[in-house]
Design a protein around this ligand. Structure first.
Ligand SMILES: Cc1cc2nc3c(=O)[nH]c(=O)nc-3n(C[C@H](O)[C@H](O)[C@H](O)COP(=O)(O)OP(=O)(O)OC[C@H]3O[C@@H](n4cnc5c(N)ncnc54)[C@H](O)[C@@H]3O)c2cc1C
Length: 464
């Protein structure tokens, strides 16, 4: 029996979410008002504390929650931001962020929109705590989904097949659409199944075994390597600043971030793209920071004290599963990284996931669960926007291989000029941050007021 008292074994008015990470938890929250019972399944044993876990291997690395994401999380979980801040998360006011982009040190933006800086386990822990407190949502951990089940005519998903993780292994996942059954396999019926199982989702394989063509995949390889470490750094070293972001330049595919997070700690991620490799030797960590386009992160690290060994992560490619171009069974949706995972240096994944949950909540307002077509059409504009920002940003780096059409070259040329102009113009920094934070559309950077400022700066810098 579901904790809500609803009978989840019949599947009537029951929604199942695969994956209890940030996409799964926010989607569960959006489903809650419409379904009598919502069950979130995760193969991991979920901790009661804000600690890393194996099913989310990226959770040791810097996770920035964009200004837009902060707004969407707050819409889903009123009061969450206050809780995060009260427990030690930092709010990244643009006037306290040091930004070096395209090799230009940007003038500080005016105080305003806020991004949230905290460790990834900390953010997930707070959201999970909210979900667990809701009797209408059951979170079943240690439960691996092995496949989807359909109605007799194959046109509707009516549930999932699961095994307890002790049988399949914590990180084993499902051999996509595994035909076999194991002794402890269970069938969990559902009116609606939402896949939020992340980038390595097995849904394409599961759907294929049910006779549905897997979604085509858009991909831009970036061969990104992350290297992350936590530090203790005296506050005065950064002069009161709490966040430093140093981006790659067209010729230098390296960058990094340093943020103050809960527990009076600093987390720094250094990265290399397009075939460059960060060093393996922990003793070379700080020396690697000195290779970035600005020395600020390096200077702060050498004044601090490392608290752990560097953690690594490899992100091969931006990846978008084009479910919007597929025939799909009713009763199936997908969200979060299972649909699209973006180069993490732009910090979009959690915010886009929360945006999808907000979108789902409004689609459910009329009482009907959306068809797959309606769902993937509804989330497409935001995916298009985030995908375009990411891919064109990546293609500004020469080491990234990919087609640079005229639009991409013009956009990147303009952005380089805008960053140069923003080195003297806080209003431009502000505009840029609003676009990068998914608050405003990129078209705002082309408004006459912005174009005029970029052009004036350009004319002033041309030697007489
Ligand atoms: C290195 C790195 C850094 C990042 N930095 C940022 C950042 O700064 N800002 C930002 O917004 N985003 C960032 N992201 C993206 C962010 O981590 C994700 O977008 C976010 O976690 C949402 O992902 P998700 O919930 O869709 O999937 P995931 O977080 O990958 O979670 C998938 C969940 O599904 C579970 N699962 C998988 N298979 C099964 C199964 N068969 N049965 C049951 N459970 C299953 C897993 O255990 C896991 O809990 C970063 C990503 C990476 C890789």
């Amino acid at each position: 029996m579901h904790p809500s008292g609803a009978n989840a074994t019949t599947g009537a008015d029951h929604a199942v979410v695969i994956g209890a990470s940030l996409a799964g938890l926010t989607i569960a929250q959006a489903l809650r008002p419409r379904f009598a019972a919502v069950t979130v399944l995760d193969r991991d044993r979920l901790p009661d504390q804000a600690v890393p876990r194996p099913g989310v291997p990226q959770d040791r690395h810097v996770h920035l929650l964009l200004a837009s994401g902060a707004i969407w999380f707050e819409q889903l979980f009123p009061g969450l931001l206050e809780e995060l801040i009260a427990d030690g998360a930092a709010v990244g006011d643009p006037s306290r962020i040091r930004l070096c982009l395209n090799g230009h040190r940007l003038a500080r933006g005016p105080a305003g929109d806020t991004a949230v800086f905290a460790s990834r386990p900390f953010i997930e822990h707070h959201v999970r705590r909210r979900i667990r407190a809701d009797p209408g949502i059951a979170v079943e951990d240690g439960c691996t989904v092995r496949g989807l089940t359909t109605s007799d005519d194959g046109r509707r998903i009516v549930g999932v097949r699961t095994t307890s993780t002790s049988v399949g292994g914590v990180t084993g996942g499902s051999a996509g659409g595994d035909g076999g059954t194991s002794a402890d396999e269970q069938h969990l019926p559902a009116d609606l199944v939402v896949d939020a199982s992340g980038r390595r989702s097995s849904s394409p394989a599961w759907l294929e075994t049910l006779g549905y063509a897997p979604p085509p995949i858009d991909e831009l390889p970036v061969d990104l390597r992350y290297l992350t470490r936590q530090y203790r750094i005296p506050d005065e070293v950064l002069g009161g600043d709490r966040n430093l972001l140093i981006g790659p330049t067209p010729d230098l595919p390296l960058g990094g971030a340093l943020s103050k997070i809960e527990g009076d700690r600093w987390i720094t991620t250094l990265f290399a793209m397009g075939g460059r490799r960060p060093p393996r030797d922990p003793d070379r960590f700080e020396a690697f920071a000195a290779e970035l386009a600005a020395s600020d992160i390096h200077d702060a690290l050498v004044a601090g004290e490392p608290l752990d060994e560097p953690a690594r992560y490899r992100f091969p490619a931006n990846q978008r599963r084009r479910y919007d171009r597929c025939r799909l069974p009713h009763g199936f949706l997908a969200a979060g990284d299972a649909v699209c995972s973006f180069n993490p240096i732009y910090g979009q994944g959690m915010s886009v996931a929360a945006h999808q949950a907000v979108a789902l909540r409004s689609l459910l307002a009329d009482g009907m669960a959306p068809t797959p077509e309606a769902w993937f059409a509804a989330i497409q504009p935001m995916l298009d926007l985030a995908w375009e920002l990411t891919c064109s940003g990546d293609l500004a780096v020469h080491a990234i291989e990919g087609r640079r059409d005229l639009m991409t070259r013009v956009r990147n040329g303009y952005l380089a000029r805008l960053h140069a102009a923003a080195s003297r113009d806080p209003a431009l920094t502000d505009r840029f941050l609003r676009v990068a934070g998914l608050v405003d559309p990129p078209s705002t950077l082309l408004r006459p007021s912005a174009l005029g400022r970029v052009l004036t700066h350009r004319l002033r810098s041309v030697p007489a």
